[in-house]
Write a protein that binds this ligand. Structure first.
Ligand code: ACO
Length: 398
């Protein structure tokens, strides 16, 4: 009998093509349409990356101005969406709200045909522009404050900070958040992008596919890690305690959040930019968070090298995201939402790329259940399994 090879986690399996970004995990290199993020992060703004993702090239200043007009025109949220958020429990997790609202945006866009919205760059701009507006609106609503309308002359990053606080941010804060959004904009076939492409491959529209992508981002093996990195930093409290903390964590069989990556076998290239930002923002306010993060990375490298030799586990993008965003005044439970603000550029571009040359994505699984069995009518079935007829005991105490 031939043996089927099961690729759990699809590690190393190539399931498609993309022109949008490339990850070289051995060299530690990330490019967007051929441009190295080491060139893009310090020199290009998030809106330029959106243009690059959606239209295939870096914009000239007229093209960028045109895109900015369109982003500005799309930033305002429909009032019913704000009313809806106002009705939500104030302790709702920000990612639950954002995921619901991204899906909800579809309700305010006309249908092209039965049940389907147009999936095109116009819809992508709509999603990219509104995602930060939703995050900022919920940030205020849950603090019992009214949402603030975006300003027409501010960038995506500056507008987000303005819509949270009501104050136009200083240049250093705007620049740091802008570079963060650039660094998070795309990452080839990561789990959330792949989920978006799978959904798009059924010819579901861009709102459905973006909702799949954002739902897949949430877990801490993906975009849910940075809030937990911040929790570690806060728990550690001072740099000298980092090593003992790491040893205790691993002794309990837990993972160090923000460390390790399926693709990168070296330090994530985005980490160096985020580390610089975390350090610079810390120098301007409170250096403590950066200093603990730095000690934590050193301790994690040392202890993981001892405990898991040869595994090549290094800091990923989420590690210095935590002190960077925290230093910008963004609470830890909103970090994954910030990831979504940047990644919406990549998700929508991938969804459109999938639709432009589509084939249904439908893999197989090896069946491990019982063999084919004769059907027994319900009144002839006896006591089933060790738990008998008691559903409560099957459900357990949860
Ligand atoms: N801490 C401790 N051990 C780790 C870590 C970590 N952060 N990461 C991997 N390992 C260990 C595993 O325990 C495992 O060891 P074992 O073989 O002794 O059991 C080995 O390395 C391989 O782990 P896998 O889960 O098979 O590797 P995978 O390629 O799936 O890991 C992942 C990638 C999920 C990101 C992992 O490194 C991890 O859990 N990191 C922590 C969470 C995190 O930072 N998530 C954000 C990732 S970046 C992003 O998605 C944007």
């Amino acid at each position: 009998m031939s043996q089927t090879i099961v690729d759990r986690g699809l590690e190393g399996v190539v399931v498609g093509q993309t022109e949008l970004s490339n990850v070289d995990g051995e060299a530690g290199r990330l490019t967007y349409r051929g441009y190295d993020i080491h060139d893009l992060a310090p020199h290009a703004g998030f809106e330029e990356i959106c243009y690059l993702m959606l239209f295939g090239q870096l914009p000239n200043k007229y093209q960028l101005a045109d895109l900015n007009v369109r982003l500005t025109a799309n930033r305002m949220l429909p009032q019913p969406l704000i009313d809806w958020m106002q009705s939500m429990p104030r302790d709702a997790w920000p990612m639950d709200v954002l995921r619901t609202m991204i899906s909800g945006l579809a309700l305010f866009v006309p249908y092209m045909e039965e049940g389907a919205h147009a999936s095109n760059p116009r819809a992508a701009i709509h999603l990219i522009a509104k995602t930060p507006s939703i995050v900022a609106a919920w940030d205020r609503i849950r603090r019992d404050l009214d949402p603030i309308d975006p300003l027409p002359n501010l960038s995506t990053a500056a507008n987000f900070l303005y819509m949270r606080s009501g104050e136009i941010p200083i240049k250093a804060a705007e620049r740091a958040l802008d570079a963060y959004l650039v660094l998070l904009a795309d990452h080839s076939y990561n789990a959330s992008t792949f989920a978006g492409r799978v959904t798009a491959s059924t010819r579901a529209d861009i709102f459905a596919a973006a909702t799949s992508a954002i739902a897949t981002l949430e877990g801490d093996l993906h975009g849910g890690a940075p809030g937990k990195v911040m929790k570690m930093i806060l728990d550690i409290g001072k740099p000298e305690r980092a090593e003992a903390y790491v040893r205790e964590l691993l002794a309990r069989g837990e993972r160090i959040m923000g460390m390790g990556h399926r693709e990168y076998k070296v330090r994530d290239p985005r980490a160096q930019h985020l580390e610089t930002m975390a350090r610079e923002l810390g120098e301007a306010s409170d250096p403590k968070w950066y200093e603990i993060a730095r000690a934590l990375e050193d301790a994690a490298n040392k202890v993981l090298h001892e405990e898991k030799p040869g595994k090549r586990i290094y800091a990923n993008v989420e590690f210095y995201t935590a002190p960077t965003l925290y230093s910008l005044g963004i609470p830890a439970d909103e970090f994954t939402c910030m990831f979504a603000c940047g990644r919406m550029a990549g998700w929508t571009a991938h969804i459109l790329e999938q639709l432009a040359d589509n084939r249904l994505i439908r893999p197989q699984a090896t069946y491990t259940g019982p063999p084919v069995m004769p059907f027994t009518p319900i009144d002839q079935r006896g006591r089933n399994g060790k738990n008998g007829n008691d559903v409560s005991s099957l459900l357990g105490s949860a």
